[in-house]
Design a protein around this ligand. Structure first.
Ligand code: TGC
Ligand code: FAD
Length: 387
């Protein structure tokens, strides 16, 4: 009989390589030992646990699929399993890793000069340098092609003006990958902390992702040296290409949040005695638990195939959209149902479902809202863009 508490009803374990299982278990142990004991407190007090960063770097969590510059060089399923385990801990911890890897190291590696790669990637892999990614603006994030932030060439330098909003790790970042309009279309720039004209401040009073730093970035006649432009990043496709990397990780992460909630609900249902028998003996509770497992297992098979396609180099970004949409929705629905199943205790931060439920309100919005991903899939099916 398979161990359905893990959950592994479909023997997905047997589809993973030794490397993939080892990576998942190492990150899982880190989450159990270091993240779970502190995360409720961090969430309650709106604190990002930066003390965890060095161990995350030792585990190879930053730029894990890159094969050079001191990165781990693991396959895409291993990368996905890392994100699953981190988000089993908290979406904020996974966010930090997603941004550092998919949104900062990836564009430097893909669109950067040799000098930019040498300067930033080894330090970022060791988390000696932290990055953020500035695409979204105050006037609307879903349509980044209409961004207002712009850069003008002045002599050998660029002069950047504008603002970015809702930026993960913004105030702690040593370098921001900033996207701006130029006379020649959208371009990417590496803006270093301390550059005159570049300021940032944190967004407070969030009810979601409270264990993550979210910031605003401001550029006021900010002078960027020409060598800080990403030479190979040309057009909107460049930032969207980065989003594909991070969205892929989020598709795995949503399942991690769902697994944490499912396990807590199942354990509670077995222990809670009501009307003379465990809650787990009630038909409607079993149906709800079975439905959670159905959603988790189908989501696991979806991202496993997605990872195999990514490794083969044939993955299309609309497939990533479908997986991000589906698996974040799985996380949200499972978290909400688990919260209810825990009764009054479920509204306490001592229980994980309400924290995951609130976090996933950000996750379903960032990296493309659920509607945007549905419309990306709709465009793929019909050939008609309806944005
Ligand atoms: P569209 O015409 O579709 O595309 C322009 C060019 O880009 C190409 N492309 C992609 N390439 C790679 N990956 C993707 N996902 C791509 N999507 C499109 C496309 O082929 C085209 O190339 P070319 O060569 O023909 O020029 O552009 P559009 O303006 O119609 O926009 C389409 C739309 C709505 C799908 C896009 O704007 C979009 O995805 N909007 C959502 C924006 C978004 O997701 N923002 C996220 C900001 S970062 C963030 O949230 C970080 S959270 C981090 C954390 O804490 O984890
Ligand atoms: P809008 O684009 O204004 O959308 C509002 C509503 O309209 C949504 O429901 C949307 O689905 C809907 N909508 C939009 N277009 C259509 C359409 N064509 N048809 C139907 N409905 C539509 N951004 C970054 O650049 N870097 C980061 O590091 C980052 N981190 C974030 C961290 C957090 C905690 C959060 C919450 C957001 C973060 N974001 C980041 C921003 C995120 O990417 C945007 O919030 C997201 O892209 C949506 O943009 P918006 O909030 O401006 O909503």
């Amino acid at each position: 009989m398979p161990d359905v508490t893990t959950p592994d009803l479909y023997e997905i374990e047997s589809l993973l390589s030794d490397e993939e299982r080892a990576v998942r278990d190492a990150v899982g142990r880190f989450v159990d030992d270091k993240v779970l004991p502190i995360i409720a407190d961090c969430f309650e007090h709106e604190r990002f646990p930066s003390e965890l960063i060095p161990e995350m770097a030792e585990l190879g969590l930053f730029g894990p699929t890159l094969t050079d510059y001191g990165c781990a060089g693991v396959g895409n399923v291993s990368y996905g399993l890392m994100m699953q385990e981190l988000e089993r801990g908290d979406s904020g911890i996974r966010s930090f890793a997603s941004v550092q890897s998919g949104l900062v190291m990836y564009p430097i590696h893909t669109y950067g000069s040799d000098e930019q790669k040498k300067r930033w990637l080894p330090d970022m892999a060791k988390a000696k340098a932290i990055g953020c990614f500035g695409l979204t603006e105050p006037d609307g994030g879903s349509d980044p092609g209409t961004m207002k932030t712009h850069a003008v060439k002045q002599g050998g330098d660029w002069v950047l003006n504008g603002a970015k909003m809702w930026i993960t790790s913004g105030t702690v970042a040593d370098v921001a990958v900033v996207w701006a309009q130029t006379d020649d279309g959208i371009r990417g720039f590496l803006v270093e902390k301390g550059t005159p004209g570049y300021t940032s401040r944190d967004i407070k009073r969030k009810f979601s992702l409270r264990a993550s730093i979210t910031s605003e970035l401001f550029f006021d006649n900010c002078k960027i040296p020409a060598e800080n432009q990403l030479p190979l990043a040309k057009g909107l496709g460049a930032p969207l290409g980065c989003l594909t990397q991070a969205r892929y990780g989020i598709a795995w992460g949503g399942l991690g949040a769902a697994m944490a909630c499912y396990r807590e609900a199942l354990a509670f249902a077995k222990e809670r005695i009501l009307f003379g028998s465990p809650l787990a003996a009630k038909q409607t509770i079993q149906i709800r638990l079975a439905d959670m497992l159905r959603q988790i297992v189908t989501g696991q098979l979806l991202v496993l195939q997605l990872g195999r396609l990514k490794d083969a180099g044939t993955m299309h970004h609309s497939q990533v959209s479908l997986a991000k949409w589906n698996n974040v929705r799985v996380g949200m629905d499972v978290a909400r149902d688990a919260r209810d199943m825990l009764g009054a205790g479920g509204i306490s931060v001592e229980c994980c479902p309400i924290r995951h439920m609130l976090n996933l309100e950000s996750v379903i919005t960032y990296e493309g809202t659920e509607s945007i991903h549905q419309l990306i899939v709709g465009r793929e099916i019909t050939g008609i863009a309806s944005f």
